[in-house]
Design a protein around this ligand. Structure first.
Ligand SMILES: Nc1ncnc2c1ncn2[C@@H]1O[C@H](COP(=O)(O)OP(=O)(O)OP(=O)(O)O)[C@@H](O)[C@H]1O
Ligand SMILES: [Mg+2]
Length: 495
C-alpha cells in the first residue's frame, strides 16, 4: 500500500483473529501498537491489527543448546546472534469495507504477507471514523495512547446505556470522572451530573460551578422499628421495651419523634423490668441513645428534595465521607435513586429530564451476593433499587457510571447492564474475569493489556466511544481528586 512502510512478515499459524509476524531488524514493535495488513481478497483494503505481545527468540539460547552452557561459564555465545529474531503477536481487529461498514476479518493472513506501519493520517481514519450519531453529545477525554489522535466519549450513550469504570487503587478512576465533569462544564447543552462521593474527593469541581452537599441532608426518616432499634444498640430488655413502644406508636398513627418514643417507653417499662433501679437505669440509657439518634427519627426535619437540588445545580456532589453510618448511607442512596427514577419516569413524555449519576465504590452499594460488608435490610434494599435503576433508568435518560476497584465484588447484574467500559490498570484475575464475562468485549486478550496500563490510562469500549473495537486512551488530567485526609507522617508529627 502506498506510503506505508513494511515492518515485518506474517508467520504461519495465523487465524482470522490472530496474527504472528517476524519483525524486520531495526524496527521497534511495542505492545499496543497498531499495524495494517492487506485484506487477502479485497484490493486496497487495510485491516487493523494491534500487538498484544512481543517475544524475542534465539535458538542458540534454548535449553539443550550451547548458549546456556556458555552462560553458565559467564561467557557469551555471540555466534548465535545472527539467528536471533523478534516475533510480534497481534489481534486482528477488522476493517471498513467499501461501503464504510466495519467488519471483522473472515480469513487468515498467509505466511509472508507484509505488515505495515500506519501513518498517523491513515490511523486517524480508523480511530476517528464518524460512528457517532448526529445528535451525540461528545466530549474529548484524552488521546489514543502513543498518538495525537483524540478520544471522545458520547454522553448521550452513557445516559442511555450506563458505563462501568474499573481499576486498581490509584489507577485514575476518580481523576477520570473529575475531568470528565470539569470538561462538560464547557459544552452546550450542559449535561447534568450527580456524584456519590464516598471519600470527599470532588471538591475541585466547585470551581466549575458544582455544589457539594453532605449526603445526610437527603436522609429520609427511619420508619422500620427493627432498624431504629438496631441503631440504638441497646441491651435485650431495653431493646424489647423500645421496640414495643415504637410499634404501638405506629399502630396508633402517632409521629415517631424521640420525645414520643421516650414517653411511651416510660409508660411501659414496668412490663419489662421489675425493680425501680433497673427501670431507671434502663430509661437513662434509652434516653441517651435516643439523643444520639435524634435527627434520624425527627419527622420535623424533612430531607432535602433531591430533584430540586439537581435542577438548581448542574453538577451535584453528595459527600458520603461526613460520617461512617453505613445503614444511613444505604438508606439515603436507596431513597435518592428511587426518587430520581420515579421523577425521570414521570417526565418521560415531556422529555425534560436527563442525568448521569457517577457512583464511587459501587461494590459498597451493590455488592455481589455473598461478599457484602454487612448484610442489613438497608443493604439489600439499596442493592435491589440499584439493580432496578440500572435496568430501567436508561430508557428515561438516567445513566449510571458504576465505579469500582473490585469488579469481582460488584453485582454481576449491574456490570452486565453497562454498555460502555473504561478499564484502568487491573491485575487480579478475578477482577479481569468479571469484566470479560459480564461486558461485551468478547476477547480473551484483555488480560494482556490491563496489568500493564500506567496511571491515567484506560482501555475503553462500547457505545460511548467512536471505534467498534477497544482502544487504550491516555486520559488528560488537569484536576485531581482532593482527599481531605492527612498523610500518616503529618498525623504522627501532630501526635
Ligand atoms: N493531587 C494530585 N497531584 C498529582 N497527582 C495526583 C494527585 N492526586 C492523584 N494523583 C495521581 O493520580 C493517580 C490516580 O489517582 P485517582 O485518585 O484518580 O485514582 P483512583 O483510581 O480513583 O484510585 P482509588 O481507587 O484509590 O480511588 C494517582 O496514582 C496519583 O499518581
Ligand atoms: Mg478514586
Amino acid at each position: 500500500m502506498e506510503g506505508l512502510r513494511e515492518i515485518g512478515y506474517a508467520l504461519s499459524g495465523c487465524t482470522h483473529d490472530f496474527l504472528n509476524f517476524v519483525v524486520f531488524e531495526g524496527e521497534k514493535v511495542e505492545v499496543n501498537n497498531f499495524y495494517f495488513i492487506m485484506h487477502p481478497y479485497l484490493p486496497d483494503t487495510p485491516v487493523l491489527v494491534r500487538v498484544f505481545r512481543v517475544q524475542p527468540y534465539n535458538p542458540e539460547m534454548e535449553m539443550g543448546r550451547t548458549g546456556p552452557l556458555a552462560g553458565k561459564k559467564r561467557r557469551r555465545a555471540d555466534y548465535g546472534k545472527k539467528l536471533e529474531y523478534v516475533v510480534g503477536f497481534a489481534e486482528i481487529l477488522g476493517y471498513y469495507d467499501k461501503n464504510g461498514k466495519w467488519r471483522t476479518m473472515e480469513v487468515a493472513p498467509s505466511p509472508w504477507d507484509p505488515i505495515y506501519e500506519p501513518s498517523e493520517e491513515s490511523l486517524r481514519k480508523f480511530l476517528l471514523r464518524e460512528k457517532f450519531v448526529e445528535d451525540a453529545l461528545i466530549i474529548e477525554i484524552g488521546k489514543v495512547r502513543g498518538t495525537k489522535i483524540p478520544v471522545y466519549l458520547d454522553l448521550n450513550a452513557i445516559a442511555k446505556a450506563h458505563m462501568f469504570v474499573a481499576g486498581m487503587t490509584r489507577s485514575g478512576k476518580s481523576s477520570f470522572i473529575i475531568n470528565l465533569v470539569a470538561n462538560s462544564s464547557k459544552i452546550q447543552p450542559k449535561p447534568r451530573f450527580l456524584i456519590f462521593d464516598r471519600r470527599g474527593e470532588y471538591g475541585a469541581l466547585t470551581k466549575y460551578g458544582a455544589k457539594v452537599l453532605p449526603y445526610n441532608l437527603f436522609t429520609p426518616s427511619l420508619t422500620d422499628p427493627e432498624l431504629i432499634v438496631s441503631k440504638l444498640e441497646l441491651k435485650s430488655r431495653e431493646k424489647d421495651a423500645v421496640l414495643s413502644a415504637i410499634r404501638s406508636l405506629i399502630e396508633e398513627g402517632k409521629e415517631l419523634t424521640r420525645e414520643a418514643i421516650y414517653e411511651r417507653v416510660e409508660m411501659i417499662i414496668g412490663n419489662f423490668l421489675k425493680t425501680d433501679t433497673a427501670q431507671n437505669k434502663a430509661l437513662d440509657s434509652i434516653k441517651w441513645r435516643l439523643d444520639t439518634l435524634g435527627e434520624f427519627i425527627d419527622k420535623s426535619k424533612e430531607p432535602l428534595n433531591i430533584i430540586e437540588e439537581i435542577k438548581k445545580n448542574w453538577a451535584l456532589i453528595l459527600d458520603f465521607s461526613v460520617d461512617t453510618d453505613i445503614e444511613a448511607q444505604h438508606r439515603t442512596a436507596n431513597y435518592i435513586l428511587s426518587q430520581i427514577c420515579q421523577y425521570a419516569m414521570e417526565r418521560k413524555t415531556e422529555g425534560d429530564f436527563a442525568l448521569i449519576i457517577a457512583i464511587e465504590e459501587s461494590q459498597y452499594f451493590c455488592p455481589e451476593k455473598g461478599v457484602e460488608i454487612a448484610e442489613s435490610p438497608a443493604q439489600s434494599e439499596v442493592r435491589k433499587t440499584f439493580i432496578e435503576t440500572i435496568s430501567q433508568a436508561g430508557g428515561y435518560n438516567v445513566g449510571l457510571i458504576v465505579m469500582t476497584q473490585r469488579p469481582a465484588y460488584c453485582s454481576k447484574s449491574v456490570i452486565s447492564q453497562c454498555n460502555s467500559v473504561a478499564c484502568f490498570r487491573l491485575k487480579s484475575g478475578n477482577d479481569q474475569a468479571a469484566i470479560m464475562n459480564y461486558t461485551e468485549y468478547g476477547s480473551e486478550r484483555l488480560s494482556e493489556y490491563l496489568p500493564g496500563l500506567a496511571d491515567h490510562e484506560a482501555m475503553l469500549w462500547g457505545m460511548a466511544i467512536p471505534t467498534p473495537f477497544p482502544i487504550i486512551a491516555e486520559i488528560e488530567v488537569s484536576e485531581y481528586p482532593q482527599k481531605a485526609v492527612v498523610f500518616a507522617k503529618q498525623a504522627w508529627e501532630k501526635m
